[in-house]
Design a protein around this ligand. Structure first.
Ligand code: IPE
Ligand code: IPE
Ligand code: MG
Length: 259
């Protein structure tokens, strides 16, 4: 009982605002999922792609506007070469196999992360996924691949510095909006809810800038076991949070005292 019920029964004006517009997922625990079953780590990653597929479908069903998935960090290159190879192969296969379904479901794909150090075939595949789906108007699926938030912020700073050096910008023009406009996520609203699976409670170089006012949820299931029910529970948990953004009143839904 409590204000959760008010939300579920709430007016049309209240209901949409209690749902997160942008959910970001740190899909962690594939290796542990596999190891617990005596399987190779690769099998955990393979099952992780299945969980991702189902999660995208659920995000569409739940009316989420942006779903960001952390699929490979800049630090993940330090893993054994055969594991890196299998992760790249899975990305390849995911785009090859699932692009048609994403397209049919009006999903727009956007990739964030450094492209420069990717092989040309992976870079071309990512570009193709973005181009084919560019005009879609449904869920935006943001794939964070070869992503590192510190690298992203450093690149934004470099780009601003280049403009200052060229006389296009004054140092006093550099404010949070100017920095945000140079990040890979320019034009994408900040995540409302960041979910990390596997029980780890850290960001691991993910969306450090964008997470300033995100709500966090750390769930104790490994990523391959994350499913529609877990996602629904996460969204319900989010709906009970008060977000104050430094002020005194909850923003985005009725304050607890009001119900
Ligand atoms: C997440 O699972 C997938 C990637 C980081 C690419 P992990 O591979 O990190 O699995 P654990 O954390 O070792 O269990
Ligand atoms: C974060 O998970 C990266 C992804 C989920 C792609 P990691 O497994 O790489 O993070 P750490 O090393 O445990 O912090
Ligand atoms: Mg991990």
């Amino acid at each position: 009982m409590g204000d959760g019920e008010v939300l579920e029964l709430g007016s049309a004006a209240l209901a949409p605002r209690s749902a997160p517009r942008h959910v970001a997922l740190i899909m962690d625990g594939n290796g542990r999922w596999a190891e617990a079953r005596g399987l190779p780590r690769f099998e955990g990653h393979r099952r992780g792609v299945e969980a991702l597929r189902k999660t995208v479908r659920a995000a569409i069903e739940f009316g989420v506007d942006y779903l960001t998935v952390y699929s490979f960090s800049v630090e993940n290159w330090s893993r054994p070469p055969e594991e890196v190879r299998s992760l790249l192969a899975l990305l390849h296969r995911f785009i090859r196999n699932d692009l048609a379904e994403l397209q049919a479901n009006n999903v727009r794909v956007k990739v964030i992360g450094a492209r420069a150090d990717l092989t040309t075939d992976i870079a071309a595949l990512l570009r193709e996924a973005e181009e084919i789906t560019a005009e879609n108007t449904g869920l935006t699926l943001v794939v964070a691949f070869n992503y590192g938030a510190r690298q992203e912020i450093a690149a934004a700073a470099r780009s601003l510095a280049e403009d200052v050096a060229a006389g296009l910008l004054r140092p006093s023009d550099i404010d949070p909006a100017a920095i945000a406009s140079r990040l890979d996520t320019a034009g994408i609203p900040d995540p409302d809810l960041i979910i990390r699976t596997s029980g780890e409670q850290r960001l691991s170089n993910f969306m450090l800038w964008q997470a300033a006012y995100a709500e966090f949820l750390f769930v104790p299931v490994n990523w391959p076991d994350f499913d529609r029910a877990a996602f629904e529970a996460a969204i319900a948990d989010y709906a009970h949070r008060d977000r104050r953004f430094g002020g005194l009143e909850a923003v985005g839904r009725k304050a607890k005292t009001a119900s």
